[in-house]
Each structure stands twice: as C-alpha cells, then as structure tokens.
Design a protein around this ligand. Structure first.
Ligand code: UD1
Ligand code: UDP
Length: 368
C-alpha cells in the first residue's frame, strides 16, 4: 500500500489539495492517506476543511496574528521533523507557492522523502513579484521529484530550468475538480437578499503582500468612484483576514453605499456568488483559474501574472492598480457588451476536473 502524506496550510492550498485527499479516500483499499495541516491560516483553512468534511491527522496550529515569514518557516520545519520521522510516507504532496509549500518540501528533503509538487511550474521570473511566492515555487521545484504541471506553459517553464523531463506531467489544475464540490443551481445567500436583483454584482478580492499599501488604496478609490458613477452596480468584497488588508479596506470602503464588505466566504458561497456575478476583480491566483469555468471575466489587479494561459484565452485582463485605469477597464466591461461577451465566452484553459485522479495514477505507476 502506498503511503501519501498531503501537507498544506492556507485557504487556496486546501481548496486545491482537498480534492486529492477525497480521491485518496475513494482509493483507500490501495492508498493510505495522511493529512497534515500547518495551520498557517486558521479560520480560512477551517472553512475549507468543513466543506470537504476532512479532519486532518495532524494540525500544527502555527498561525499567529502578526506572523513573519521566518517564524512560519522555522515553525513548520521543526514541527514537521518528528511527524515525518514517525510516519515515513512514501511521498509527500505539497501545493503551489506558500511558505507552507516551501518549508514542507525542505523538511521532506531533509528526511530524503520524495516530493510531489501539485501546480508546479508557474512563473513570473521576477524575484519579488509575487513576493514571496515566486521564490517559494522556484525553491520547491529545485527539491521536487514529481512535477504536476497544470498546463503546457507550466511544463515548458520547468523544462527551461532543466528539471527532469520524464518527471513532468501535465495534469490540469485541481481547482477545477474543487468546483464539483461547490456549484449548485439552488444557491441563495444573505448578501443576495440585501441586493437589488436588477443590479450588476461585481465580486472583489485583494490580498497580495505586494499590493498592500498604495496599490490597494488606489483600487479602493476606484471602487468608491465606480459606485458613485454607476447606480446599477453593487460590489461584494469578502475581506481577507490579514490585519493589514482589513485596515485598508475599512478605511476606504466601510459605509460606502452598494459596497458590501463581508467576512471571507466559504468556498461554496464564494464559487456560487462568483457564478452569479457580472465580473470579478481580483489579485488572487486561484480566482484567475476558476472564474473562466464559470464564464466570468476577471480584471487582474496586478502588473503581471503567472497564469498567462488565461490572458491568452481572453478570459483574464491584467489592469494593474492605478485608480483611473481600474475605473476605465471596469466601465468598459459594463458598457461595451461585445468586449464583455468576448471575455465571458473564452474557454477555460485549466483542465477538465479530473486532475486529482490523474495525479494519483501517476504516483501509483512510479511508486508501486
Ligand atoms: C498567504 C500566502 C499567499 C497566499 C495567501 C492566500 C505566504 C507567505 N503567503 O498569504 O501566498 O496567496 O495566503 O490567502 O505563504 N489570518 C487570520 N485568519 C486566517 C488567515 C489569516 O487571522 O484564517 C491573518 C493572520 O493575522 C495572519 C495574517 O492573516 O498572520 C497573514 O497570513 P499569512 O498566511 O502570513 O499571509 P497571507 O497574506 O494570508
Ligand atoms: N475564496 C473563498 N472565499 C473568499 C475568497 C476566495 O473561498 O471569500 C477562494 C476562491 O474561490 C479561490 C481561493 O479562495 O479558490 C483563492 O484563495 P486566495 O485568494 O486566498 O489565495 P491565492 O489563490 O491568491 O493564493
């Protein structure tokens, strides 16, 4: 029996890793799964665990109110040490580009345990953007044994860095698998009852470290101007629990008419609200991948993206964070139905929703 340990710690890792954990459960006659969460996030991680009804085998409960990258990294390394020693998995799986991803990979390397990297090969090639994610994923890929690249582009990136070609597999992105656990036709939510049903819903998320400060302030100014200029628009903004993000959001957008600041939504609520929205504004990675499946345009609040497939497919547009430009780009999609339709009907380039099973069958092929 193969022993697979999944290790994750934040909301997006959980959303993209739990479909694999559920697939392992289905195959429990031949795979033993061990689930470890670092607790880099707390409430936002627990929301996702609840949706998938998974109780981790180990919870390192590491989150602090003002955690530092160094504190998190050292905490994860030292806590995982004894767990890896006791459990001796055949392989660990990490996901994406967080501090949990890199620190868990390093811990496994010290124990000479093979590493599978889910969502390997995303790159901007810019050391500080996104920070620290670009280095987290590059460093993880130096340590990785099995690369689960979501697309051809991510595979090519890995080949450019001379990683082993025979260990790179295009699997699609497991975020598309996650949509099967959430999208429902009979969805309702408190927020919808507070809105005028004739209004257009814009869903906003913004949390990246490099956007905290002036870029975020500029975008929120654009939102304020937007609702003043466009009376049939309502903005729903589930605010990330980072104290920095909370403070900036409240400073600019508390008590602004038709702007709804709400707590982070559960994955089910977020996906279903996204499906009912007119368009999405976001600097999130995962949102850029799932929105195309829901046929929603995403205006990306960043200077660049490691998800060029979506830009090429026409479903994402990079608009930066400058107030005037953000406002212009949103109004273009509100007023120009051709431009809107072009983005809304582009094809999702991130997979068919069967990535988790694909990843497990590759592991099985190599480790049995
Ligand atoms: C982290 C990841 C980032 C990912 C993001 C997804 C790193 C360095 N960053 O950034 O790559 O895009 O998660 O959301 O790995 N907090 C809570 N409750 C929660 C979650 C966070 O209170 O459930 C607060 C805490 O005060 C915490 C702070 O948010 O200290 C920041 O969390 P952290 O994981 O360090 O950074 P994120 O910005 O969430
Ligand atoms: N998401 C959620 N609730 C929210 C906002 C986002 O469940 O209130 C989900 C969203 O569907 C996506 C994921 O969180 O799958 C993205 O996570 P986040 O933006 O925190 O991180 P990133 O993807 O940028 O690393």
């Amino acid at each position: 029996m193969i022993k697979i340990m999944t290790i994750f710690g934040t909301r997006p890792e959980a959303i993209k890793m739990l479909p694999i954990v559920k697939e392992i459960e289905k195959q429990s006659h031949k795979i033993k799964g061990i689930t470890v969460v670092t607790g880099q996030h707390r409430e936002m991680l627990d929301q996702v665990l609840a949706v998938f009804q998974v109780t981790p085998d180990y919870d390192l409960a590491l989150m602090n109110q003002n955690q530092t990258l160094t504190g998190l990294t050292t905490g994860i390394l030292s806590e995982l040490d004894s767990i890896l020693m006791i459990e001796k998995p055949d392989i660990i799986l990490v996901h994406g580009d967080t501090t949990t991803t890199f620190a868990a990979s390093l811990a496994a390397f010290y124990h000479r345990i093979p590493i599978g990297h889910v969502e390997a090969g995303l790159r901007t090639w810019d050391k500080y953007s996104p920070f620290p994610e670009e280095m987290n994923r590059q460093l993880t890929d130096v340590l990785t044994d099995f690369y689960f690249a979501p697309t051809e582009v991510s595979k090519e990136n890995l080949l450019k860095e001379n990683h082993r070609a025979d260990r790179i597999f295009i699997t699609g992105n497991t975020v598309i698998d996650a949509l099967q656990y959430s999208i429902t036709p009979d969805f309702n939510h408190d927020i919808l009852t507070k809105m005028d049903p004739k209004n257009k819903l814009i869903l906003l998320t913004m949390h990246r470290r490099e956007n905290q400060g002036e870029p975020m302030e500029n975008v929120f100014q654009a939102i304020k101007q937007l609702v003043q200029r466009q009376p049939d628009v309502e903005v729903v903004f589930p605010v990330h629990l980072s104290p920095t993000v909370q403070a900036i959001a409240k400073k600019h957008l508390a008590d602004v008419a038709r702007v709804h600041l709400v707590e982070p939504l559960s994955m089910v609520d977020f996906h279903n609200l996204a499906a009912r929205s007119y368009l999405i504004l976001s600097d999130s990675g995962g949102v850029q991948e799932e929105a195309p499946s829901l046929h929603k345009p995403v205006l990306v609040l960043r200077q660049e993206t490691e998800r060029p497939e979506g830009v090429q497919a026409g479903t994402l547009k990079i608009i930066g964070t400058e107030t005037k430009n953000v406002l212009t780009e949103i109004e273009k999609l509100l007023l120009d139905s051709n431009a809107y339709q072009k983005m809304a009907t582009a094809k999702n380039p991130y997979g068919d929703g069967r990535s988790s099973a694909r990843i497990l069958s590759i592991i099985e092929q190599y480790l049995t």
